[in-house]
Design a protein. Structure first.
Length: 491
């Protein structure tokens, strides 16, 4: 093959670069030269990842990083289970190989099965994105509830109808300021958790048969809602470190292929990236010009390190078309099921749904959270939680390097407790699940994060629990199971 001999310019080049962050660019630049020079014409199949790693005397992860950047910039495209090819369109017209075909969503059955298995107390569940009891601020919440119980004039068991507890809505309006959003308490609607807020938002802006543009992969809860409401999904090309491909979205909007945009731009579930500020501004502008509503799921905001926090997508909205949804479930109190939305021009439509479905939220939970925020416990607790999760993330990084199969691609999340791995192509994921279950470890099928429900070699691990010898052992065992699930190599 003509690619089997690397030009002498690349010989020894790796030795001059000390960090993987720079090493991948050598591979990247060399492939670009082959394409731009015409040496590799359109539809040329690239050498395998392992071959490139061997030729450049570097790691498989480094090559994967280079290929991911090439794909993001439309130099190459990938065909699952086949490999990478030079883009037929080339960089001049990347839109010609974007996918604009919506799909029928089919994940609910698999999600229900996963949640049922994850509820078992006999296994180490790494599939459920629920904060562990040991990370929940029970002592602080109990102090707040004790104070409320001693207030004789406070009817904590009374019914609080939508839009929710007035004092809590004022607190939430204050929280929104930290996210770059200026809103009054009357614009805040308190909901029974984030998922209900997302459901209400989607029902308010679209009808059966509508097409929802989504990240790929994405949160299975929104896929369930799309499926239940009889809508369709348009999976958008999504980059693992920056989010939705804005060129893809722009073309889809121009072609009127999108009725609603849904995204989780901050600590995206499941890949953990943070969408750049410039992309947020561009998306808001494109959606506004196309008159297409956007639903923003921002449930993980408080898990982002303070120095890296972006403005909410909602903060760029000048037309009221962005519906902002969030919750206290991933940070403070999973069992309270208290969330909220700031719905812009869709506020009245969502409020009407809440009344028609009698969607009142626990008055005790709302009062407790109001007290919790008012005492300054929110900042105190979340700062401690971020530190604990960061420690777990460092251990996770080390364990992936030491215990998982060579070729596993892992980009640590920008914060939070959800981690996404890409195991080597050919990994038998059904075998991995079975082996892990036999060892008392439950993992989810990757198919639930994709609209068509088809599994990939992706693996979501939820580490919302304190670091412990048991957790570290469970991750090492999972890595060993992944090694056993690799395809047999010819001797």
């Amino acid at each position: 093959m003509f690619w089997e001999v690397i030009p002498e310019l690349t010989r020894g080049t790796m030795d001059r670069f000390e960090t993987p962050d720079k090493r991948w660019r050598i591979v990247n630049d060399w492939i670009i030269r082959q394409i731009d020079s015409g040496e590799w014409p359109a539809r040329t199949k690239l050498p395998s990842i392992r071959t490139l790693a061997r030729l450049f005397d570097t790691s498989i992860t480094t090559v994967q990083r280079a290929l991911a950047d090439l794909e993001a910039n439309a130099y190459v495209l990938t065909e699952p289970r086949v490999g990478y090819f030079v883009s037929a369109a080339g960089r001049a017209n990347p839109a010609s190989h974007f996918n604009f075909s919506s799909v029928t969503v089919n994940v609910n059955h698999a999600v229900v099965a996963m949640l049922s298995q994850a509820a078992s107390r006999t296994t180490l569940s790494l599939s459920s994105a629920v904060l562990h009891d040991d990370l929940t601020p029970h002592v602080l919440l109990n102090k707040c509830m004790t104070t409320l119980a001693n207030k004789a004039d406070l009817a904590i068991a009374g019914l609080v109808t939508p839009p929710g507890h007035a004092a809590l809505r004022r607190r939430i309006a204050g929280l929104m300021l930290t996210r770059g959003v200026i809103c009054g308490p009357d614009e805040v609607l308190v909901t029974s958790g984030d998922t209900v807020a997302l459901e209400l938002a989607l029902e308010a802006v679209a009808q059966r048969g509508a097409t929802v543009a989504i990240e790929t992969p994405t949160y299975y809860g929104i896929l369930q809602t799309i499926e239940r409401l009889g809508m369709r999904a348009l999976p958008m090309r999504t980059h693992g470190e920056t989010g939705i491909d804005m060129d893809h979205l722009e073309e889809a909007l121009k072609l009127k292929k999108v009725d609603v945009i849904f995204l989780n731009p901050t600590l995206q579930n499941p890949r953990g990236f943070i969408m750049p500020e410039a992309a947020r501004a561009r998306l808001s502008q494109l959606a506004g010009e196309a008159d297409v509503p956007t639903i923003e799921d921002d449930i993980f905001f408080d898990l982002v390190p303070e120095t890296e926090r972006p403005r909410a997508l909602k903060s760029y909205d000048s037309t009221g078309q962005t519906i902002y949804c969030s919750s206290f479930s991933k940070t403070v109190a999973p069992g309270f099921r208290v969330g909220w939305c700031v719905a812009g021009k869709y506020r009245d439509a969502i409020l009407a749904q809440m009344f028609s479905r009698n969607l009142a939220v626990s008055s005790l939970a709302q009062s407790t959270l109001n007290e919790f925020i008012g005492r300054g416990y929110m900042e105190e607790h979340c700062a401690r939680l971020r530190e604990q999760l960061a420690t777990t993330s460092e251990v996770m990084r080390a364990l992936v390097n030491s215990s998982f199969p060579p070729g596993t691609l892992y980009v640590p999340p920008c914060g939070g407790f959800i981690h996404w791995l890409e195991l080597p192509m050919g990994t038998d994921m059904a075998m991995l699940q079975q082996l892990a279950h036999q060892q008392g470890c439950h993992i989810a099928s990757s198919g639930i994060f994709f609209a068509d429900g088809q599994p990939t070699t992706g693996l979501r691990l939820c580490l919302g629990r304190p670091l412990s010898p048991g957790l570290a052992k469970g991750l090492r065992v999972l890595g060993e199971c992944a090694l056993l699930a690799q395809p047999e190599r010819p001797v």
